[in-house]
Write a protein that binds this ligand. Structure first.
Ligand SMILES: [Zn+2]
Length: 455
């Protein structure tokens, strides 16, 4: 029996073998392998190279992808996942009115652990469908989000939000309880293969100096990741200047919050001095073009950041200000936004957008050794895009098609750590329909609440 067992192991060195027309590895910009083969053993990529016919019988499960592009799973470095339940609610208002008059009151009324569970579940389906294999989250009751992400097999980084205003998780004077909860969660997930936990002070204009200082102390002691909104609007810059006589970026720098383990979201309005601080501290940025465009916040000078070797990744922000979680839309808009901003159209290319959504995200999360490219030794987090569509034909440059033509629903295979979460555009989970029903029920209650508030 033993002999048979070991012989069968030799027959199948790969638990999954994938043959594909175009492999965009993202090992480096411009690298495409045509007629490629990827060999996967359990959760690890163990072979990448040109296809040979003998590879089929060495693969326990064989996936032959005709008319497809395979690329690394996309990485979303700024999202508020459970805000899927706010999708399309009170659109088209300026950021400050939208947040303080609409979103914060609705959150105070509705956000509970079970709300977060339904909203994050909905987000999980959306991420899998759009080929996002790893997402960050900045939303209340992160313990619920972590449970959902674990169950769904996704990779992610969840943060405990902190704010110097009353929130669904309590009053500002109760923030120490949230720090205590965070530390327990942080330690619980420290050795988890796919999930990690950090802190998320909301923004310089919504967090007191004391609160931000406390976050910096926790980060220094534990080495955890910190996510924060920064320099999103001109109003924020004026507000911080009035309060502290400095820019929001300078403010965070002086509090010790700019470093290689901090991800600053948006960073639309920065001076040359601010940019130098971001570069010097090796802080990563999360660019959210959909949200910045929709809220009229402006266009972040990403081309300039990249020129200065600042790591820029890509985010969607919450579904209330986007309104979806597709990084394909974000890549398209990121590239076009830079062309509007710069007189040099060629300074930002499709490959730059792809890099931000893969390698840039991996670096921001400290996961470059695990994900972000399809390479031997890395985790098998990958997606396949079906190109058998009119809008993706003819095809000669896969990078161009991925950024400028792909909408997201063409993704038909999503894999995380060697587990197939979606195959042939079918998600392997039974709760899909019931999640949609629960989400709509919550929305109906929210709509009634907001319309009664208007009276
Ligand atoms: Zn945000």
């Amino acid at each position: 029996m033993k002999k048979i067992k070991s012989a069968s192991k030799n027959i199948h060195p790969w638990s999954i073998g994938i043959k594909v027309n175009y492999l965009v590895t993202m090992k480096e910009k411009g690298q495409i392998i045509e007629n490629a083969f990827i060999g996967i053993h359990k959760d690890i990529i163990t072979f990448v190279g040109p296809y040979k016919p003998e590879y089929k019988k060495k693969s326990k499960k064989w996936i032959d992808l005709k008319n497809h592009i395979v690329m690394p799973g996309l990485i979303n470095t700024h999202a508020h996942l459970a805000m899927t339940l706010f999708r399309g609610l009170e659109d088209d208002l300026p950021l400050k009115n939208w947040l303080f008059d609409k979103i914060f009151p609705a959150e105070a009324q509705f956000v509970t652990p079970s709300f977060v569970e339904v909203g994050t579940q909905l987000a999980a389906y959306e991420c899998i469908r759009f080929g996002t294999t790893c997402s960050t989250d900045m939303y209340f009751y992160p313990e619920k989000g972590l449970q959902v992400w674990d169950k769904m097999g996704l990779r992610g980084h969840f943060s405990q939000p902190l704010i110097s205003f009353p929130s669904p998780e309590g009053l500002p004077e109760q923030n120490q309880l949230l720090f205590n909860k965070f530390e327990k969660l942080y330690k619980k997930y420290l050795s988890h293969p796919r999930l990690s936990v950090g802190l998320a002070p909301h923004a310089p204009y919504t967090c007191s100096t004391d609160l931000l200082t406390q976050v910096a102390q926790y980060q220094e002691r534990l080495g955890c990741l910190v996510q924060i909104h920064l320099a999103e609007t001109v109003t924020e810059g004026d507000d911080i200047k009035n309060r502290y006589q400095k820019s929001p970026t300078q403010h965070l720098y002086e509090l010790g919050l700019l470093n290689s383990k901090t991800i600053c979201a948006h960073v639309v309005h920065t001076s040359k001095a601010d940019q130098n601080l971001l570069q010097k501290t090796q802080t990563s940025l999360a660019h959210n073009p959909d949200s910045n465009f929709k809220l009229g916040s402006g266009i972040a000078p990403v081309t300039q950041y990249l020129k200065q070797n600042i790591n820029v990744s890509l985010g969607t922000d919450g579904s209330a200000s986007n309104n979806d979680l597709s990084l394909f839309g974000a890549m398209d808009l990121a590239s076009k936004g830079q062309k509007v901003l710069s007189s040099d159209i060629s300074s930002f290319k499709a490959w730059d957008a792809l890099w931000m959504a893969t390698q840039g995200g991996a670096k921001a999360l400290g996961m470059s050794h695990l994900v972000g490219s399809i390479e031997v030794g890395k985790q098998a987090d990958l997606i396949a895009i079906d190109t058998h569509f009119a809008h993706l034909t003819p095809l000669s440059d896969p990078a161009s098609h991925l950024v400028y033509c792909t909408q997201g629903l063409e993704v038909d295979l999503t894999m995380v750590a060697g587990n197939i979460l979606m195959e042939n555009k079918k998600i392997k989970s039974k709760d899909f329909s019931s999640t949609l029903i629960k989400a709509q029920k919550i929305r109906n209650q929210m709509t009634r609440f907001l319309s009664s508030n208007k009276k």
